[in-house]
Write a protein that binds this ligand. Sequence first.
Ligand code: ADP
Length: 479
Amino acid sequence: MREGNLIDGRWVGADSGATFEVSDPATDRVVGRVPDAGADEARRAVDAAFGAFSAWAAKPAIERAKVLEALSARLAGDREELAALLTEEQGKPLPEARAEIDYARSFFEVSAKACQEIRDETPSVPGKKVLVHRRPIGVAAAITPWNFPMAMLAKKIAPAMAVGCTQVLKPAEQTPLSAIALLDRAMASGVPPGVLNLVTGDPAAIGSAWLEDPRVRKLSFTGSTDVGRILMRGAATNLQRLSLELGGHAPMIVFEDASVDFAVEMAMAAKYRNGGQTCICPNRFLVHRSLHDQFVSKFASRSAALVSGRGRDPGIALGPMIDDAAIDKVEAHVADAIQQGATVVTGGRRRRIEGLADRFFEPTVLTDCHSGMRCWKEETFGPVCPIRGFDDETEALAQANDSEYGLASYVVTNDPARIRRLGDELRTGIIGVNDPGPAVAAVPFGGVKHSGFGREGGRWGLEEYLEMVTVSSLEPGAE
Ligand code: ADP
């Protein structure tokens, strides 16, 4: 396994030779050591990306698409090995890691097709011939989080590479090994040196070096709203274009016409993926009063039956929280809710597992929740499900929209008129209607309000890496 940074096609260490450790969150065992790089290495990565840009951008789309397809095929071939690595550094159950590799691949497949469908436009203007042309924006930077270390990177690499951009990439310090493995497969699939460059190390130093460099024309970031704000301020000097996929606080609304069993299935599928460490997973459950008690009892008993443990072991549904800060936050949110009057229906505490790190939390269902509680206002990022009843659609909608975030929301209903209304009125970028998994590579993914802006997925994802140029010529003989 490689443990270096990738700059101009070469695997290198930090200038100082320093490294930092990567450990398995389930056991605290050290599983790798990667370069602790900073601004100098980050700038050299930009040199490489800048140098490689013209040749990569000049390739016909079909040639770039072939490289993306080759990479997808290689990821498929190495699926087991990559999934095992992902589980080891991130903690998620192995079947989820496999699904993440497949999800990552789908971005290369979708982008390979979409880049061949980009066309110039020719608006009609009297006396002129006008061409609206799209060209790659140039060097693009990407900074990614630890919750989907392979997929988040793929979401950013695939569209950028497809349209002819070159990139500098920084994965999260908790999960750099999946990123290194992905870039290793990329190089083996025919990506030319300098097209993809990876730097691990000091986040602020690397991020600032990229934003201070006028050759970097775009930054795509997935992570917390606070860091998104820092990066947006940093982009003010050189006016880099931004895509920011920030925090979420998704409501799930169960209406009175829903089947309780279906709603419970949907809640289980949407909520517990990655132990609730997913930016689009439901964080607040609004259940019509006529179904409330039945929903709570079935959801709690299904939740309580989930088995926690090491992601690589069979039958595990919940892995560890990523680090101590993460589990401390989950615990603090639950304590705050209880102190403010919430009822614990199931869970509510850490789950100690013999021989493993103290980083597992019980699947937790809370009722009698209200908007003063931290878990109702902030992203908990753990297996905690606060529930509250409602009487009518107006009340449910007002509560659902009462958040500074606007990434995803979920609705369980069979009423077509209501579905149309909510499509207009729910202030989120993604709405899952009877659908626990609305995020697929072919459709736009992204938020509104403090969840950020920009979209990943499909041709919309490619547009984030294209700039428009209007070429206007006077027709011969026109005034
Ligand atoms: P989380 O709280 O989920 O870890 P963060 O927003 O802190 O989310 O981290 C997401 C990504 O942003 C990671 O790759 C992290 O290293 C990076 N990051 C954190 N702080 C900064 C910063 N000041 N500048 C650039 N990147 C940063």
